[in-house]
Design a protein around this ligand. Structure first.
Ligand code: NI
Length: 165
Protein backbone atom coordinates (compact mmCIF):
# COMPACT_ATOMS: atom_id res chain seq x y z
CA UNK A 1 0.00 0.00 0.00
CA UNK A 2 1.40 3.38 -0.98
CA UNK A 3 0.26 6.40 1.06
CA UNK A 4 2.42 8.92 -0.79
CA UNK A 5 2.66 9.55 -4.51
CA UNK A 6 6.38 10.26 -4.16
CA UNK A 7 7.01 6.81 -2.64
CA UNK A 8 5.31 5.10 -5.56
CA UNK A 9 7.13 7.33 -8.06
CA UNK A 10 10.54 6.49 -6.59
CA UNK A 11 9.89 2.77 -6.44
CA UNK A 12 8.23 2.49 -9.85
CA UNK A 13 11.08 4.42 -11.44
CA UNK A 14 13.62 1.98 -10.01
CA UNK A 15 11.50 -1.03 -10.94
CA UNK A 16 10.84 0.11 -14.47
CA UNK A 17 14.59 0.52 -15.03
CA UNK A 18 15.12 -3.10 -13.95
CA UNK A 19 12.31 -4.24 -16.22
CA UNK A 20 13.73 -2.21 -19.11
CA UNK A 21 17.07 -4.00 -18.71
CA UNK A 22 15.31 -7.37 -18.88
CA UNK A 23 13.22 -6.32 -21.90
CA UNK A 24 16.31 -5.03 -23.70
CA UNK A 25 18.03 -8.42 -23.25
CA UNK A 26 15.28 -10.25 -25.19
CA UNK A 27 15.89 -11.46 -28.72
CA UNK A 28 13.29 -12.13 -31.42
CA UNK A 29 14.06 -15.88 -31.39
CA UNK A 30 13.66 -16.12 -27.61
CA UNK A 31 10.08 -14.82 -27.66
CA UNK A 32 8.62 -18.20 -28.65
CA UNK A 33 10.10 -19.99 -25.61
CA UNK A 34 7.17 -21.61 -23.79
CA UNK A 35 6.67 -22.09 -20.05
CA UNK A 36 5.42 -25.60 -20.86
CA UNK A 37 4.28 -27.00 -24.20
CA UNK A 38 1.33 -25.07 -25.60
CA UNK A 39 1.20 -22.47 -22.83
CA UNK A 40 2.38 -18.89 -22.39
CA UNK A 41 5.55 -17.89 -24.17
CA UNK A 42 8.28 -15.51 -23.11
CA UNK A 43 6.84 -13.04 -25.64
CA UNK A 44 3.37 -13.41 -24.11
CA UNK A 45 4.69 -12.65 -20.62
CA UNK A 46 6.79 -9.71 -21.81
CA UNK A 47 3.80 -8.25 -23.63
CA UNK A 48 1.59 -8.86 -20.59
CA UNK A 49 3.97 -6.54 -18.70
CA UNK A 50 3.52 -3.93 -21.43
CA UNK A 51 -0.26 -4.19 -21.28
CA UNK A 52 -0.65 -4.33 -17.50
CA UNK A 53 0.29 -0.73 -16.61
CA UNK A 54 -2.41 0.33 -19.02
CA UNK A 55 -5.04 -1.57 -17.00
CA UNK A 56 -4.69 1.32 -14.55
CA UNK A 57 -6.72 3.44 -16.95
CA UNK A 58 -9.68 1.44 -15.63
CA UNK A 59 -9.19 3.38 -12.38
CA UNK A 60 -9.48 6.74 -14.09
CA UNK A 61 -5.87 7.46 -15.05
CA UNK A 62 -5.54 8.71 -18.60
CA UNK A 63 -2.60 7.70 -20.80
CA UNK A 64 -1.98 5.90 -24.09
CA UNK A 65 -1.69 2.13 -24.29
CA UNK A 66 0.92 0.33 -26.37
CA UNK A 67 0.80 0.24 -30.15
CA UNK A 68 -0.61 -3.06 -31.33
CA UNK A 69 -3.07 -3.70 -28.52
CA UNK A 70 -3.33 -7.32 -27.40
CA UNK A 71 -1.32 -8.66 -30.32
CA UNK A 72 2.15 -9.75 -29.15
CA UNK A 73 4.79 -8.21 -31.46
CA UNK A 74 7.30 -10.51 -33.15
CA UNK A 75 10.06 -8.02 -32.52
CA UNK A 76 11.81 -7.92 -29.15
CA UNK A 77 12.92 -4.35 -29.74
CA UNK A 78 9.31 -3.27 -30.34
CA UNK A 79 8.31 -4.86 -27.02
CA UNK A 80 11.15 -3.10 -25.21
CA UNK A 81 10.27 0.25 -26.80
CA UNK A 82 6.57 -0.05 -25.98
CA UNK A 83 7.38 -1.10 -22.41
CA UNK A 84 9.54 1.99 -21.92
CA UNK A 85 6.75 4.20 -23.24
CA UNK A 86 3.88 2.76 -21.23
CA UNK A 87 5.79 2.40 -17.97
CA UNK A 88 6.83 6.06 -18.09
CA UNK A 89 3.31 7.05 -19.13
CA UNK A 90 1.91 5.34 -16.02
CA UNK A 91 4.41 7.17 -13.85
CA UNK A 92 3.57 10.53 -15.40
CA UNK A 93 -0.16 9.87 -15.09
CA UNK A 94 0.01 8.96 -11.39
CA UNK A 95 2.25 11.93 -10.56
CA UNK A 96 0.21 14.48 -12.50
CA UNK A 97 -3.35 13.15 -12.14
CA UNK A 98 -3.47 11.73 -8.60
CA UNK A 99 -2.58 13.15 -5.20
CA UNK A 100 -2.01 11.51 -1.80
CA UNK A 101 -5.71 11.67 -0.91
CA UNK A 102 -6.55 9.79 -4.08
CA UNK A 103 -4.39 6.87 -2.88
CA UNK A 104 -6.80 6.34 0.04
CA UNK A 105 -9.88 6.14 -2.19
CA UNK A 106 -11.26 2.67 -2.86
CA UNK A 107 -12.27 1.35 -6.25
CA UNK A 108 -13.39 -1.99 -7.58
CA UNK A 109 -10.49 -4.23 -8.59
CA UNK A 110 -11.20 -7.76 -9.75
CA UNK A 111 -14.49 -7.78 -7.84
CA UNK A 112 -13.00 -6.46 -4.60
CA UNK A 113 -12.71 -3.01 -3.09
CA UNK A 114 -9.06 -1.89 -3.17
CA UNK A 115 -7.53 1.41 -2.19
CA UNK A 116 -5.72 3.01 -5.11
CA UNK A 117 -2.49 2.92 -3.10
CA UNK A 118 -2.92 -0.86 -2.75
CA UNK A 119 -3.54 -1.25 -6.47
CA UNK A 120 -0.30 0.59 -7.16
CA UNK A 121 1.51 -1.76 -4.77
CA UNK A 122 -0.04 -4.72 -6.60
CA UNK A 123 1.17 -3.25 -9.90
CA UNK A 124 4.76 -3.19 -8.64
CA UNK A 125 4.60 -6.73 -7.22
CA UNK A 126 2.82 -8.14 -10.25
CA UNK A 127 5.56 -6.81 -12.50
CA UNK A 128 8.31 -8.28 -10.31
CA UNK A 129 6.54 -11.65 -10.37
CA UNK A 130 6.35 -11.85 -14.16
CA UNK A 131 9.82 -10.37 -14.59
CA UNK A 132 11.13 -13.29 -12.52
CA UNK A 133 9.32 -15.72 -14.80
CA UNK A 134 10.91 -14.02 -17.78
CA UNK A 135 14.47 -14.38 -16.52
CA UNK A 136 14.08 -18.16 -16.09
CA UNK A 137 12.76 -18.53 -19.64
CA UNK A 138 15.51 -16.24 -20.91
CA UNK A 139 18.16 -18.41 -19.30
CA UNK A 140 16.56 -21.50 -20.83
CA UNK A 141 16.65 -19.72 -24.19
CA UNK A 142 20.40 -19.22 -23.77
CA UNK A 143 20.29 -15.47 -23.18
CA UNK A 144 22.49 -13.53 -20.85
CA UNK A 145 20.35 -12.12 -18.04
CA UNK A 146 20.98 -8.64 -16.67
CA UNK A 147 21.37 -8.16 -12.94
CA UNK A 148 18.00 -7.44 -11.32
CA UNK A 149 18.29 -7.61 -7.52
CA UNK A 150 21.80 -9.00 -7.42
CA UNK A 151 24.57 -10.67 -9.32
CA UNK A 152 23.88 -13.33 -11.92
CA UNK A 153 25.88 -16.39 -12.91
CA UNK A 154 27.53 -14.36 -15.68
CA UNK A 155 28.45 -11.40 -13.54
CA UNK A 156 30.08 -13.70 -10.97
CA UNK A 157 32.14 -15.26 -13.79
CA UNK A 158 33.04 -11.82 -15.16
CA UNK A 159 34.21 -10.82 -11.68
CA UNK A 160 36.49 -13.90 -11.64
CA UNK A 161 34.48 -15.50 -8.85
CA UNK A 162 32.85 -18.87 -8.30
CA UNK A 163 29.14 -18.48 -9.08
CA UNK A 164 26.80 -19.18 -6.17
CA UNK A 165 24.52 -22.21 -6.58
NI1 NI B 1 -0.30 -11.25 -14.62
Amino acid sequence: MFNQIKDFAKEWEEELKLTEKVMEALTDESLSREVVFGRRTLGDIAWHLVLSPHYMTGLGLVFDGPEGGNQVPESASVIAKEYAKVSHALLDAVVTQWDNDKLLESQDMMGQSWKNGATLRFTVMHQAHHRGQMTVLMRQAGLRIPEVYGQTYDSWIDAGMEPLK
